[in-house]
Design a protein around this ligand. Sequence first.
Ligand code: NAD
Length: 476
Amino acid sequence: MSGARTGRAGETLPVVNPATGELITTVPAVGADGVAVAAERALRIFETGIWSGRSPRERAAVLLRLAELMERDAEILARLDSEDAGKPITECRTGDVPGAIESIRWFAEAADKVFGRIAPTGGESLGLVSREPVGVAAAILPWNYPLAMAAWKVGPALAAGNSLLLKPAEATPRSTFHLAVLAAEAGLPDGVLTVLPGHGSVTGQALARDPLVRALSFTGSTATGRRILAATAETNFKRVSLEMGGKSPQVLLPDALDYGDELIENMIEAAFLTMGQNCTAGSRVLVHRDIADEVVDRFTRAAEALVIGDPAQPETRIGPLIDHTARNRVASAVESARSAGARIHTGGLPADLHPQGAYYPPTVVTAAPADSAAVTRELFGPVVTVQTFTTEHEAIRLANATEYGLAASVWTRDLDTALRMARGIEAGVVSVNAYSEGDITTPFGGWKQSGFGGAEKSTDAFQQWTREKTVWIRTR
Ligand code: NAD
């Protein structure tokens, strides 16, 4: 956490509870000079070998201890993300926090299982190919899954031996701080993990431009990804991995309703988890014409039944959006779809919500023009559009009619149809008869403008945080 002390005196960021509008705390905003100091310190620490020079098994032991401490403090971590981001506490308790602990543990266990290789050279030489840490690495995080995204990056970055500079999103720094405190308690040497809270345009840009940072892993919007890539191109060409937005389809073939309530529950989760502020949100339902009316009816009723309220209450499924700007953006896209002829299906908001909460109700939009913002843009809110198709070909064309390509789900009992759809859809993850991003063993990364530069999760994640070296030995 040493980086938190390097901001310009007095500069702070407010952390506001989106459910109430109340100020929770303020945190220091680290300036460009603070980033430079932190990067230099991280490089010095890397060069000492105090972490990078330890054996992978020794690093694994510290990270496994970190996972244990996260388990001990699971409720604290869940509350921090729930309060900062307005996420329903049950989602944090059952999804984000256990997922983050699993990530740290899995990458710890993988630390000494990533092997190099010997190239098939002739008898007079030996080609050793190994993966080495990059040195100083950085990660820039979004606010929608603060702890979970931190863990996806901290796990492999530290297991590989790097020094890591970690920038949380403006709105959600507290679980990242707590993670760093736990890492210190677990025995991570001082300066190996530095949390740098601050504004994206200042702290984030400084990380993207810093000449000592050799790898940068970013999760956030496509617009910011573009700025980061431009900054790195203008400076030191650091290795960049971008995990960005999505407009993911849920494709329902004519037999999808065979899955009954399971289908509807998965559709609800895909659409409304974290109030739809989810990069893999299934925000476009593409449904075969023959079952469209029944699907819309059942899905809409299920959406309207979701409990909207205080994120701190265990029964709440829908909390506020991250802030009023986000709420207004979502509302205006829905209103413009309505004025262009779309039908809006929503149960509205309960009367007893906190008046300062940035709430927006789960909303299903039918008959929206194909070129409306509701259909084409990542709204990042609890809004789903429904479009119909008659042929598989048309379904694939609609699924791919977006510049994003992060995730998709396909529902059918027919394996051949499922595989044809999965092959045809341009997305990093296609789940069949489930809404899923896979698990920690499967790589996660986007196609098209959803991202590139190396996956998260699975042993593939090490490619983001290591660089390959060939040692060529002449033998006699
Ligand atoms: P954002 O792009 O506004 O911010 C993300 C991070 O980038 C924040 O830490 C922010 O401070 C920083 N940032 C902002 N401007 C910057 C700049 N000019 N230079 C460097 N850093 C800068 O995104 P957000 O609103 O926090 O998150 C929502 C977005 O994240 C959505 O588009 C969502 O789809 C995406 N997301 C993607 C994944 C994925 O794995 N693909 C996962 C979660 C969220």
